[in-house]
Design a protein around this ligand. Sequence first.
Ligand code: SF4
Ligand code: SF4
Length: 164
Amino acid sequence: MNDPHKLKAPEKQSINFSFREKLNGMAEGFRHNYCYQCGACVADCPSSIYSNSFNPRLIILKALLGFEEELIKVDSEIWNCTNCYTCSERCPQEVRPVDVIIAMKNMCVAEGKAPELVTNVSDTVLTDGITTRITSVTERRRKELGLDPLKGYAIDEINKIIED
Ligand code: SF4
Ligand code: SF4
């Protein structure tokens, strides 16, 4: 039976160092270089528990080999990471797999390869300062519950933080 956690490598594989250089240039991306493939990051990873194909060790191995086309795309497995940081606590090498995954997610965004769901949320943060739009239904429910109307958000300040 096929093991989904095994890397299906072609017979001859050359390492794509230019991708690794690019990853090194992203915030925290350089950490992938420290991975010695022990697998400690996998055991408590919730995405690995619920998915047969998600595996942070394998993702870091693909980064080490420079599998750019597999990792940097709209439907890349990296988008199944919940950013829970459990792997970060388990890794003995301080790779912080989640930070490497975030670096690759940022790479996807920079190259226009992020899923629409993700870009919708980030657009809402930029325009409204929150991740979920406040609708008239929300306002009505708040009123019914005796809650104050929501105040405006400091969009200028949020954008300044993002720019800095
Ligand atoms: S941050 Fe991502 S890779 Fe790390 S344990 Fe959580 S879901 Fe798994
Ligand atoms: S725990 Fe750290 S060193 Fe071990 S496989 Fe995961 S990322 Fe690599």
